[in-house]
Design a protein around this ligand. Structure first.
Ligand SMILES: Cc1cc2nc3c(=O)[nH]c(=O)nc-3n(C[C@H](O)[C@H](O)[C@H](O)COP(=O)(O)OP(=O)(O)OC[C@H]3O[C@@H](n4cnc5c(N)ncnc54)[C@H](O)[C@@H]3O)c2cc1C
Ligand code: FES
Length: 511
């Protein structure tokens, strides 16, 4: 086993392998000194890097080589083969970089290369002196880290309304809710990390107003924090039910760590749950609560769950998976009342429930931006560099609506990886790099042991092409909009998902 817990396999590279075993553009998994190592050849270059993704330990050898990078098959993180750097979220830490030696037609890997010290950049006249980040979620955290990685030496203050430091939000409806992930997996970083990086994290610090002209934010407690550059990364808030009885204490929502721990405490006392809303989060919650042994009913207004995003075939596949695990669906309906014993549906049917979870969507948290007079239209409008209508104020994550070069439209998505990547790009642009955000959106969703990966963005489609069979849990579904392939969903075909991502990256609207 390696330090990361993965099984070692393949050749021992310290003993050398015949160079001819590593073809051009190929990867080879092996090990050196007890650690899994990935060997890759790109033209005359041979690279050796750690083979285990630093996000969730994904197997990089089963990923995709793209130029001088390798992409992880599980959630599409991207690492440099030259430096090991995590070039794209969701991985935030680098993999090790190893020295490659060649002698007598053999390749040897025996020693790790020294990691270069982070570059110290001399500030220029346009470098901001102080940077404030509003929001301690995916985008805010990734931005703060990237500012330091890029050599920014000035003060960084992250103001978060949450009472917990940045955490792994997607896990809140998956393993953590199912009781399979201990609480110490959930923080993205330790308290020490922020101290070491000199990132000021202020929790329970709700920003009440932005003063763009005065270059300061005002907090709910009356204090002010000045900035030269500001990142708004306030995410989204859940839509609340207006059903009679929705304010009863056994009705829960799921957005924050506190929400998830409260739901876990309630689930430990409950027997039957009704999940209102057959959304991704509603269904992941259903799966997690089934793993806890609760009887689960899901009620939603649509004829099929997730059909609007994934189409009928994948929608049916996900339904079948949940039904195999004992979930009971109620479609084409809504809850008309909730009481302590049951949820009443439009039809008059009462479903007994001592726990109710509503997953009926979110709205971007744009109040601050609106108050500050920034351009807002179904999200904070940003340019290709993620800068808002106010110079020096950037926005990223669930709130940002950006000009997507692939669809040629302004889009806003609610995906973890997009939020992190936008945080990273915004950070570089706050330092004057002028880097357009052109990543193809990616998200994943987990239903028991089945993961759906989705790349691209299709708000609708005129044609769907499916290869493979959803029922066999191995398929690739392509969504075409106006004749153009706009998005691809895969099940059990991680490599195809990565290939589709590259294909979509290379396609631009009008090209
Ligand atoms: C349970 C759950 C599961 C999910 N699973 C997946 C998944 O599997 N795959 C996927 O791609 N996406 C998933 N998502 C979506 C993903 O988590 C979001 O897209 C992502 O977190 C957005 O990042 P963000 O930084 O924009 O906002 P957030 O992560 O929501 O962070 C917003 C931050 O802003 C703070 N804030 C808000 N207002 C203020 C204010 N006025 N002052 C100060 N701070 C403020 C909040 O406290 C919070 O810290 C999931 C979401 C949830 C809730
Ligand atoms: S495990 Fe590699 S990106 Fe998640």
């Amino acid at each position: 086993m390696t330090a990361e817990g993965a099984q070692l396999s393949g050749p021992d590279f310290t003993q050398g392998i015949e160079a001819s075993r590593l073809a051009e553009g190929a990867m080879l998994l092996g090990y050196a000194n007890g650690e899994a190592v990935l060997l890759a050849r790109r033209g005359s270059d041979i690279f050796a890097v750690g083979a285990v993704c630093t996000h969730y330990n994904g197997p990089l050898a089963e990923g995709l080589l793209v130029d001088d990078t390798v992409r992880c098959p599980w959630h599409h993180a991207c690492f440099s083969l030259r430096t090991g750097q995590a070039l794209r979220a969701p991985a935030l830490n680098p993999v090790a970089c190893w020295k490659v030696e060649q002698a007598n037609g053999k390749i040897f890997v025996r020693e790790k290369a020294k990691r270069p010290a982070p570059e110290k950049r001399t500030p220029t006249a346009s470098t901001p002196r102080a940077i404030v980040i509003v929001g301690g979620g995916a985008a805010g955290n990734a931005a703060a880290e990237m500012l330091r990685r890029e050599g920014f030496g000035g003060p960084i203050t992250m103001l978060s309304a949450d009472d917990a430091a940045p955490y792994d939000r997607p896990n809140l409806s998956k393993d953590f809710l199912a009781g399979k992930a201990p609480e110490d997996w959930i923080p993205l970083r330790s308290v020490d990390f922020y101290k070491k990086k000199d990132i000021g994290v202020r929790l329970d610090a709700r920003v009440a107003a932005i003063d763009p002209a005065g270059r300061a934010v005002g907090l709910a407690d009356g204090s002010r924090v000045s900035f030269d550059a500001l990142l708004l990364a306030t995410g989204a808030r859940v839509v609340r039910l207006d059903t009679p009885g929705a304010d009863l204490p056994h009705v829960h929502y799921l957005r924050t760590l506190d929400d998830s721990t409260a739901l876990i405490a309630a689930a430990e006392r409950a027997r039957r749950v009704v999940v209102i809303g057959a959304s991704f989060i509603g269904l992941e919650t259903a799966a997690a609560l089934r793993k806890r042994g609760l009887e689960v009913h899901v009620a939603g207004p649509q004829a099929r769950q997730l059909e609007r995003v994934l189409g009928p075939e994948l929608g049916d596949m996900i339904k079948a998976i949940h039904e195999q695990h004992g979930v009971v669906f109620h479609f084409n309906t809504s809850a008309t009342a909730i009481d302590r014993e049951a949820v009443t549906l439009k039809s008059g049917e009462r479903i007994a429930a001592d726990l109710v979870v509503a997953g009926i969507g979110v709205r971007p948290e744009t109040a601050l931006a609106e108050q500050a007079g920034l351009a807002v239209d179904n999200g904070v409008l940003v340019d290709a560099y993620l800068e808002t209508s106010a110079p020096g104020i950037f926005a990223a994550g669930d709130i940002a609506r950006w000009p997507d070069p692939h669809t040629g439209k302004r889009i806003r998505v609610e995906h973890w990886v997009v939020a992190e990547r936008q945080g990273q790009t915004a950070a570089r642009n706050m330092l004057g790099r002028r880097e357009a955000f052109d990543a193809v959106p990616f998200f994943w969703s987990q239903h028991y042991d089945v993961q759906v990966n989705y790349v691209g963005h299709a708000e609708g489609w005129d044609r769907i092409e499916t290869s493979g069979k959803p029922a066999d849990r191995s398929c690739e579904v392509s969504y075409f909009e106006g004749g153009r392939k706009a998005a691809v969903a895969t099940v059990g075909r991680d490599l195809d998902s990565l290939r589709a991502e590259v294909e979509l990256e290379r396609s631009r609207a009008g090209a």
